[in-house]
Design a protein around this ligand. Structure first.
Ligand code: SF4
Ligand code: SF4
Length: 169
């Protein structure tokens, strides 16, 4: 993965958040809370484990989603981080990359977010347009790299395995 693309994608979402106000006030920062077993985690994009390896507030565990035999790592934190170093997976939440065939990468709400994110019921239109545009551009940058593209395809396949909405269970 071209690290300059990864860094550019991360930079796009340095200060832009899902809402113009702090959405963490709606839910107590639910997406940063560890699961009941103290685990949970965020999939690291190709090259991110290298960028973050000095950070003391996180650990990198084996990823549940190796791509072509490569393990990019799963970040586990304690619900606090140095904001400027948070992973790209945190920055794009609650959106997820999606592509149909060989078409362009788009974004939609991430099925895995239904469990904790109150923004899900409003859909993409309920999010800040600047945030949605920045996530789209970040995903476009990642997808322009062959290794990044393989990672996004694996991410899409993994995410597609989750239920679309708790109301459909
Ligand atoms: S769970 Fe949703 S509303 Fe809450 S902090 Fe995370 S993105 Fe914002
Ligand atoms: S790295 Fe930061 S933003 Fe990501 S889950 Fe941990 S505390 Fe939340």
């Amino acid at each position: 993965m071209d690290l300059e693309l990864l860094i550019a994608a991360r930079d796009l979402l340095e200060n832009i958040t899902p809402l113009k106000t702090n959405c963490g006030l709606l839910c107590g920062g639910a997406c940063c809370e560890a699961d009941e077993d103290g685990q949970g985690g965020v999939l690291l994009f190709p090259g991110e484990a290298e960028l973050l390896r000095e950070e003391k507030w996180m650990r990198v565990l084996p990823s549940p989603m190796p791509v072509g035999g490569t393990d990019y790592g799963l970040m586990v934190c304690e619900g606090r981080c140095e904001r400027g170093m948070r992973p790209l997976g945190c920055r794009i939440f609650p959106l997820t990359p999606v592509r149909s065939g060989n078409g362009p990468w788009k974004v939609r709400t991430d099925r895995r977010a239904w469990a904790m994110c109150p923004l899900m019921s409003s859909g993409v239109r309920g999010l800040s347009p600047e945030f949605v545009a920045a996530v789209k551009e970040a995903i476009r940058l990642i997808g322009s790299d062959p290794e990044g593209e393989r990672f996004l395809l694996a991410w899409q396949e993994l995410e597609a395995g989750y239920a679309d909405s708790p109301f459909l269970l």
